[in-house]
Write a new protein. Structure first.
Lengths: 236, 295
């Protein structure tokens, strides 16, 4: 695999929250245009991995290379400006901003971002509720908003944390369609998921995270033979 | 002469106007405090000292360098803002992760030092600063004489407060500010330079206090104690209005000034305490303040 196709590489990444050592040397690669999923039990360190990429944890050591740039020493906003769109687990919708203000908040990073019209075509509910207070939206709408918000900026690497959590099955299906559309558009996606059935058909590769380390790597075509192993480590 | 409840209307209107002038200062200062608290999580006890420094800078500009009132209105808030930025960069930025108490103690210490320094050099008796020529005299409104300078103070402070409200609530920059106040880490993860905004917010907040000081210089005597006399009332205003509401700070500031003024007419003995009585009542009924959101 040559370096130009690598979009994100973590090497021996350690991260801390205060005194507690959460990531113990994570190594992973996400290639351009790939959709990679981090699977694992709660508390295994998947969310922390995403947060560590953006410098949202405490102290970090090791190496994080985003599109050829080492970012371990950079402040959060400069890392984001390299083209990362982050969709946090708690969705992070601002109550002091309207739906549309939430949507327009992140600065455009790249001219390739989707226009407001394209976004409203993809998420028609958001168009209807554009003047509502952000946190008055339903859970599903808030999740759509959190996704839409990072699509407008032109970020090429999407870090999506538990986007299917707590949503009705029909909305989860809609999200899966959206992820597929995004893959077609060439986005690079790192997905943290609890919902294996949601993630399995979407992901090109999966990493299993355990105790703050990568415990296994599974390719899409190995899914069937490794199903038993996955059930064991994930408890699904 | 016309009377209302046995009070001559002239006296009533006079006190009402004075109340509005005081209320304008309350509004400007509590607005700055609220914005700073929202962004920095710091209760800025140095706010009164910045207001006092604003008045002194205006006086010093005029006395030492012949810089008149109108230039001071622009230059002094800029100077105070730069001082604020330096304070934020060198001291406050290390305290954001800590309890409110540390920020309060640090800014309280700063206030004491700044006040002490001015007291050492200028004494505490107060220095005169005359009203600019264009604003001397009064307008006869028929039912009262309106001193031009008082009207000017109220108008300037209203314009500044409303402009601040507009920027924060209705513009893109304001959306950044509101987002950074609500969730600074996530806002930074969207590529917004939050530390820079925090620094400028502190600079802007204290610049408002500095502007208040320039406006106050001709209205009151320029004295090292003018800030600490005012800041206690302003903190009561902030508590009554509730943290975090811009319009709340403005309205509470103005109306408490008016309430104070009216108390002077009807029961002068209570005029110094009425704000605190209101504070106690508001805290009993709405602990988060009139415009604050309960958590």
């Amino acid at each position: 695999m040559n370096a130009t196709t690598e979009y994100l590489r973590l090497r021996d990444l350690h991260a801390f929250y205060g005194e507690s050592h959460v990531l113990h040397g994570v190594n992973l690669v996400v290639n351009r245009g790939e959709c990679v999923t981090l699977l694992g039990r709660n508390g295994a360190g998947r969310t922390t991995t995403l947060r560590a990429i953006l410098g949202l944890t405490g102290r970090r050591t090791g190496s994080i290379v985003v599109n050829g740039t080492e970012v371990i020493g950079l402040p959060t906003h400069q890392i984001a400006r390299l083209g990362i769109g982050y969709c946090p687990e708690e969705r992070g919708i601002y109550s002091s901003l309207s739906c549309e203000e939430n949507l327009l908040l992140p600065p455009k990073l790249h001219s390739a971002g989707m226009s407001l019209d394209e976004i409203y075509t993809m998420f028609p509910n958001l168009a209807e509720r554009r003047h509502s207070q952000g946190t008055r939206l339903s859970g599903g709408e808030q999740q759509m908003l959190a996704m839409a918000r990072v699509l407008r900026t032109g970020a090429q690497l999407l870090l999506l944390d538990e986007i299917s959590e707590g949503l009705a099955p029909v909305i989860v299906q809609r999200l899966a369609q959206i992820i597929l559309q995004l893959k077609e558009k060439g986005f690079t996606i790192l997905l943290v998921e609890q919902n294996f059935r949601f993630a399995a058909p979407l992901a090109d590769r999966m990493y299993v995270v355990e105790h703050g380390q990568i415990a296994a790597e599974i390719h899409q075509n190995e899914l069937d033979e490794k199903r038993e192993f996955l059930q064991e480590v994930l408890g699904v | 002469m016309t009377e209302i409840f046995g009070i001559p209307i002239q006296a009533l209107m006079g006190q009402l106007m004075l109340g509005l002038v005081n209320g304008s200062f309350y509004a400007m200062l509590s607005l700055g405090l609220a914005v700073i608290f929202g962004m920095l999580n710091i209760i800025n006890f140095a706010h009164g000292a910045m207001y006092m420094a604003g008045a002194f800078f205006a006086w010093m500009g005029l006395t030492y360098w012949g810089i008149g009132y109108w230039w001071s209105l622009i230059l002094v808030p800029l100077t105070v803002g730069v001082v604020g930025v330096i304070i934020e960069r060198t001291m406050l930025q290390w305290l954001y992760q800590l309890d409110h108490l540390y920020g309060l103690l640090l800014t309280f210490g700063l206030a004491l030092m700044i006040e002490g320094a001015f007291r050492y050099f200028y004494g505490s008796s107060g220095l005169p600063y005359s009203i600019p020529e264009e604003l001397t005299g009064a307008i006869n409104l028929g039912f009262m004489f309106l001193p031009k300078y008082r009207a000017w103070v109220v108008v300037v402070s209203l314009v500044v407060c409303l402009a601040t409200w507009f920027v924060i609530e209705k513009t893109k920059l304001g959306a950044y500010l509101r987002a950074a106040t609500e969730n600074p880490r996530l806002t930074q993860a969207f590529g917004i330079n939050v530390p820079l905004m925090v620094m400028l917010t502190y600079g802007f907040g204290v610049a408002l206090a500095g502007l208040g000081g320039v406006l106050a210089a001709p209205a009151y005597a320029v004295s090292p104690l003018m800030g600490s006399n005012l800041i206690i009332v302003v903190f009561a205003v902030v508590v009554i209005g509730g943290m975090g509401s811009i319009m709340g700070s403005i309205l509470t500031g103005l109306s408490l000034g008016v309430i104070e003024g009216l108390t002077k007419v009807f029961y002068a003995e209570a005029s110094n305490t009425v704000v605190f009585v209101v504070m106690v009542i508001v805290l009993m009924i709405r602990p988060a303040g009139l415009f604050g959101k309960e958590k």
